[in-house]
Structure formats: C-alpha cells, structure tokens
Design a protein around this ligand. Structure first.
Ligand code: ASP
Length: 420
C-alpha cells in the first residue's frame, strides 16, 4: 500500500484536479490511500471568514466567494448533475454557518476555528472523490474525523497514536479491497467527537499518520516544486534539488524553518523506515527527492531563511556575571509566554535570544524581567541557517547583510542579520 498526499496547490482548480486524477490513475495497480488538503487557498479564506465574523462584520461576501470558488470547480469538472455531491456541499456550508452563528457563545475561538476551517478539507475531498468515481476510479471517501483521534487541544491537537493507528488500520484494510481510500489531511477528532486540527500545513503529517498505521511501503507528497531544494527558489537564485536525503537531515531542515514539509512528518516515518518521496505534480515522471535511511557524504549546503525575527538581550547591570539563576529566570518567563527560541547566545554579562517577531509577547516578557535586567531588542531581522556549510556560501550570504549574531558548529552556520 502507498500513501499519496496532495496539497492545496495540486487541487486548486478543475485542471489541477484532472492532473491529480491522472497521477492517481497511473498508480491504480497499487492499493492507494490518498490524503488531500483544502483546495487552493481555501484555509486562508476560511480564516478570513472567521476574522470577519469576529469583527461582527457582514460575512455574506466572503462566504459567497468560498462557495463560488468550489461551485466553479464542480461545474468545470462536469459534476453539476451529481446530486449526492450537491447535498454534501450544502451540508458543509450549513455546518459552516451553524458554527459561525455560535461565535458569541462560550465555546472559544480555537474550538470554532476547528469546526469551521475543517470544512475546507471536507469540501475538497467530497469533490475530488466524486470526480475520481465519475472517471471510473473507484474511490471511498473516509472521514478523517472518524479515524484520527487526538487530545482535546484545538488548532494544534496532539495525536492519540494508539487509538488512531488501530482505527485507521481496520477502516483502511476494509475499504482498500475495492478501490482507493481518499481522506482529509489536517483534521481529526477528540474524545468528545469534536473536530480538531493538527496545525497549519498539517496534511503532510496526516499522510504520515495514515502511512505508519497501515505499514505503507512509501509516502509521496506531490508538490509544485521538483523536490526538496537546497534553498527556497522564491528567496534565492541558483538552487539545486537533492536527489536523496537522510531522514535526519530533512527533519533538521524543517526544524530550522524549511517550509517544504511539515516538521512533524519525518519522525513517524523514520521510526517505521517508510521512505518519503517529494515529487512534482507538474512533472510526475521526474524522480523528485527520496528521503530515507541513507548516508550521503558532502551534501550540498542547505540555506534556510526565516524573516520577521526579534533579538532580545538581557544584560546584567550590577557588574556581576550571567549565571544559571539568571538564565533560569529568563527561561521561566519564556516558557510562560509559550515562546520558541530560534537561537541563543550568552556572554559574561548578557544572555541573548532570537524569537519570531511577536510584539505582544515580547512586551510581556520585557515587563516581567525589567527589574532584573537591562533589556534591549531589535525587530524585523532575518535568521539564516546554513546546514553543511562551506565558506563560499557564507561569504556570498554575508555580502548584503549586517550581522548581529553569528554562530557556527561543525555542521551548521547561523546568523541573525539585517539586510543592507
Ligand atoms: N489546509 C490546511 C492549511 O492550509 C492544511 C494543509 O494544507 O496542510 O494549512
């Protein structure tokens, strides 16, 4: 059995859905579990719908846009006559409106977020399943909310692996007998049967959950890039594709901010030794990148750039030196604010951290520690990480930047800087 994951870009319009179907058809000889995200930028549109509701503004226009976008795809796929699909789409929009009307209740934003934004995946998979069946590719729609069980957290739910794996296994094994099993990425449900989501871009992770549950022979993530590149082509020219990467290398790249795969995807696959392919849906015959248990000497340096970074320095003002107690106090407040440190550094009299820009939390942190330290900060910076660096790459990157912090270990080079 293989698991395929198609993201929003690969089902963004009727032509993309046709292309996706042709990829699936060409693998019809293998039992397939297909995981799909919301179409195009639907998740962003649903977030906008929530923001409009919260602002107590009229949602008619935003809702209409979301509906028209999907209806257009249905028309262009010649699915207008499919009554069951029409009912499903109506149901989805009713569920959406029903949840939005509860906004003022005590249920909380994150709860409502999951109940509404998840409809993007429901709409998308209903349409794609109907299209595949219309094309004679026998497809079973599986509700991920029935099989992926999570804790009670909303918007970043943690997976209950034991429960999910056995439920997925029994459902998929039964359905796969006579066709493709098609399910949603990103969504699951908790013990109260409320919908939960796994975090933005979480569909890759869903594919890994399905794959480990059924012991898949591989996972393929179909994307609009030829594979994993050594830098984001939108930020750097002259990028190269990796033909193969070790799990560890790929996982670390996601840790430092490479956005090509969701950070939680690699670990479960590596634990079960399931190879992960990242391939282009525009050029499906091309080999893409294979991530597996391998050793590759002299990997080309990977450049990962994160913008919107803040550097905060905590300085001692009384001529004593930074010690463990100071650092402990700083960490306590960092934890309290739920902040993630992207880089840190200490000197005799100061401790410095680099975090994602977040003026609100930065201010809370500053106020909490104001009595003990002199606190300085800089916002709007960039953090560049070079894995497996060489001096030429670093020299080139340093040319156009003013460096604020620089660190290097045997394999990694990092700098926080301001573009000149
Ligand atoms: N649709 C969700 C998002 O846009 C999940 C995903 O695409 O992975 O974040």
């Amino acid at each position: 059995m293989k698991v395929f994951k198609f993201g929003g870009a690969s089902v963004r319009d009727a032509e993309s859905v046709r292309n996706m179907a042709s990829i699936v058809r060409s693998h019809a000889d293998t039992p397939l579990v297909v995981v799909i995200s919301a179409m195009g930028k639907t998740t962003n549109a649903l977030e906008k719908l929530l923001a409009t509701t919260m602002a107590e503004e009229d949602t008619t226009e935003v809702l209409k846009e979301i509906r028209e976008y999907h209806t257009n795809i249905i028309q262009n796929l010649d699915l207008t006559g499919d009554e069951a699909l029409a009912r499903d789409i109506d149901e989805s929009f009713e569920a959406l409106q029903n949840q939005l009307s509860k906004f003022s209740s005590s249920l909380g934003y994150d709860f409502i977020y999951d109940q509404t934004v998840s409809q993007g995946e429901i709409l998308s998979t209903k349409i794609v399943a109907a299209y595949l069946n219309q094309q004679g590719i026998s497809t079973h729609w599986l509700d991920a909310r029935k099989v992926i069980k999570t804790d009670l957290t909303h918007r970043a739910a943690r997976v209950d692996w034991g429960a999910s794996q056995s439920i997925i296994r029994s459902h998929v094994n039964q359905l796969i007998e006579d066709g493709i099993v098609l399910s949603q990425g990103f969504i699951g449900s908790n013990a109260k049967f409320d919908t939960t989501t796994l975090g933005r871009e979480g569909s890759d992770f869903s594919a890994a959950i399905f794959a480990t549950s059924v012991g898949a022979e591989s996972v393929t993530i179909w994307k609009d890039v030829p594979g994993i590149l050594n830098a984001d082509p939108k930020q750097f020219s002259d990028t190269t594709k990796y033909d193969q990467l070790p799990y560890k290398e790929a996982a670390e790249m996601t840790y430092y901010g490479a956005s090509v795969i969701h950070p939680k995807t690699i670990k479960p696959l590596a634990q079960k030794d399931i190879p992960l392919y990242v391939k282009s849906f525009e050029n499906p015959e091309a080999p893409g990148t294979l991530i597996n248990d391998c050793l590759i000497p002299n990997l080309k340096p990977a450049i990962i750039r994160k913008d919107r970074q803040t550097v905060i320095s905590f300085k001692i003002s009384d001529f004593s030196f930074i010690n463990e107690n100071h650092i402990q106090a700083i960490f306590e407040h960092i934890n309290r604010q739920n902040l993630v440190i992207n880089l840190m550094q200490n000197s005799a009299i100061s401790f410095t951290i680099c975090i994602d820009d977040n003026p609100d939390k930065r201010e809370k942190l500053r106020l909490a520690l104001l009595d003990d330290f002199l606190i300085y900060y800089n916002e709007g910076l960039e953090l560049i990480t070079v894995k497996n660096y060489d001096q030429d790459t670093i020299d080139e990157l340093m040319k156009e930047r003013r460096i604020i912090i620089e660190q290097r270990s045997r394999n990694n080079f990092q700098m926080v800087c301001r573009p000149i």
